[in-house]
Design a binder for this molecule. Structure first.
Ligand code: CA
Length: 223
């Protein structure tokens, strides 16, 4: 899963980036509204953390422009503005959630995970696929009740495939959602990572669709 953080305060941006990366997200950052608008328009994000008071273009305008263009990613507004008028304007522009500064990092992480899960069409905080359980709030994976240890990269791939299980996820789509824009992954690195995840799962849950990508589904649905 890949996030965009649009925030002009460098220390706070760094804190957010580090905390979000530590729990397994790929993170891009933008320090003003114009750069944020551009990235949200051209890159694939699973969710966005958006400040309102931004240089060049304010957050409400950025959000409104994304929605006009049909960009549908969930957006959590993170701002010091706590008046209802500001909240109302943000929701009217297309915000999905709103957290005021100062904030608890855990709360932001938890809300982002919930937004991503809901945007992918899952109501329950636990996404299952056969014997596999992905606890979307805790960020944990288990198989038949036993914890599965995954690297951050493996977790991002498995989490994306589990959120979008039942359909083919193409190679390009997967790359866009598991790497930040500074990464330059080798073309076969995904195959290697998926093979590694498969070995750890010891269950046939991720199917390679030759020339198309991968599809995750419970064993009894395979065909
Ligand atoms: Ca600001």
């Amino acid at each position: 899963m890949r996030l965009l953080v649009v925030e002009d305060e460098p220390q706070l941006t760094l804190r957010l980036q580090q905390a979000l990366e530590a729990v397994g997200f790929a993170v891009d950052v933008a320090y003003d509204g114009e750069e944020g608008l551009y990235l949200g328009e051209t890159e694939a994000y699973d969710a966005v953390v958006l400040d309102l008071g931004l240089p060049k273009l304010d957050g409400v305008s950025v959000l409104g422009r994304w929605r006009e263009m049909g960009r549908a990613m969930p957006v959590l507004v993170l701002t010091a503005r706590n008046r209802w008028a500001d909240k109302s304007a943000a929701f009217a522009a297309g915000a999905d959630d709103y957290v005021t500064k100062p904030f608890e990092m855990d709360e932001v992480v938890t809300r982002i995970r919930a937004l991503i899960r809901r945007a992918a069409g899952h109501a329950s905080p636990e996404i299952t696929c056969g014997p596999l359980r992905l606890d979307t709030i805790g960020g944990r994976v288990s198989l038949d009740g036993m914890p599965v240890q995954l690297t951050a990269q493996e977790f991002r791939i498995l989490s994306y495939l589990a959120h979008h299980q039942g359909r083919v996820v193409g190679r390009g789509e997967l790359v866009e959602h598991v790497y930040d824009r500074n990464a330059d992954p080798d073309s076969n690195v995904l195959d290697v990572l998926v093979a590694r995840i498969r070995r750890k799962l010891k269950a046939d849950l991720i199917h390679t669709m030759r020339g198309q990508g991968w599809r995750m589904e419970p064993p009894n649905n395979a065909g």
